[in-house]
Design a protein around this ligand. Sequence first.
Ligand SMILES: Cc1cc2nc3c(=O)[nH]c(=O)nc-3n(C[C@H](O)[C@H](O)[C@H](O)COP(=O)(O)OP(=O)(O)OC[C@H]3O[C@@H](n4cnc5c(N)ncnc54)[C@H](O)[C@@H]3O)c2cc1C
Length: 342
Amino acid sequence: MDTAIVGAGLMGRLLGWRLTEAGHAVTLFERSAPGEPESAAHVAAAMLAPMSELPDSDRAVFHMGMASLEVWPQWLAALDVAHGFDGAIAVAHRSDDALLETFERVLRSRSDEPPKRLDRNSLSELEPELGPAFARGLFLPGEGWIDNRALLDALETRCGEIRYGQRVDLEGDPLWERRRASFGAWVDCRGADAGEPGLRGVRGEVVRLRAPEVTLTRPIRLMHPRYQLYVAPRGNHEYVVGATQIESDNRSGVTVRSALELLSAAFSLHTGFAEAEILALDVGLRAAFDDNVPRVYWRGGVLRVNGLYRHGFLAAPALVETAIQAIEQPELRTCASASMAS
Ligand SMILES: Cc1cc2nc3c(=O)[nH]c(=O)nc-3n(C[C@H](O)[C@H](O)[C@H](O)COP(=O)(O)OP(=O)(O)OC[C@H]3O[C@@H](n4cnc5c(N)ncnc54)[C@H](O)[C@@H]3O)c2cc1C
């Protein structure tokens, strides 16, 4: 079947790849120009953290994330994309010990696989450079990270034909109405700009650093009274430090306040960040429905995959599978608004 996807960010590319592999002819319409990405996927830390995210997410997201963790290793091997699945670590400075205790309590109450407590020695065995600064922490086995930009690049030539510089508005767009009949199915993967009823944008800012004096191999979360800082590795001493979470769809550049907070928190995690090179200060919008749970549903004859919020990478394989089932079972198209993913 000829399938058109609007939006070549994370979901558009992954879905395009899996549909292409399944024998569909896929065309993606992407508003941005080649080499000038505007997706949240390009900015993201791309951690796969079903347990660490439990305090901020629904059980449905946890289950999608756990199912997706089974699939990602095969996908990443097939695409030859850098990643790590050696678990994640949470730490807190002594003054914020209570935050780490609360975090642990929430994880224990909501997960069947509680985090493992680390003392200074076991922490040093996992991440030798954290041992001197932190007396204890929590280990979340199985969690991981993906090199998001390498993933998007690897999908570029595998996901179908991407037509750049092609903005498609799925409602009231005469051009789209004319094109509509040319494809057997249309899928909306426009992320925060989809304009779906109830969808909002949540601003996130990150700093990309090259830090030759820092060697951390796993995602590290630092408990903080105002936000949870994380440092996600990218290999070659590069790190994504994030992220702010601001209820706003403002895409303007990273503020001084956010840069100061992210950088000073990174420095408080590891003093080696003092000499790091700032590679980029990036802003992205996470698309979220009121309950922050992703949805796959038909509306107006278009399959909508949206509301991936801060869990797009985490939940992607589960969402892609649901979307493919929906495309391949046309009888489901009569469901005006069925949330098939949650
Ligand atoms: C700071 C930050 C950190 C994050 N960290 C993580 C993390 O650690 N783990 C995790 O799982 N998730 C994370 N996320 C979330 C993740 O990036 C998103 O959930 C995911 O990218 C959503 O994928 P998407 O395809 O729906 O949207 P996007 O990736 O945003 O892609 C949407 C695409 O649609 C295009 N588009 C929009 N409108 C149109 C139009 N009218 N016509 C044509 N094209 C259009 C856009 O240009 C874009 O390319 C993070 C996000 C941010 C911002």
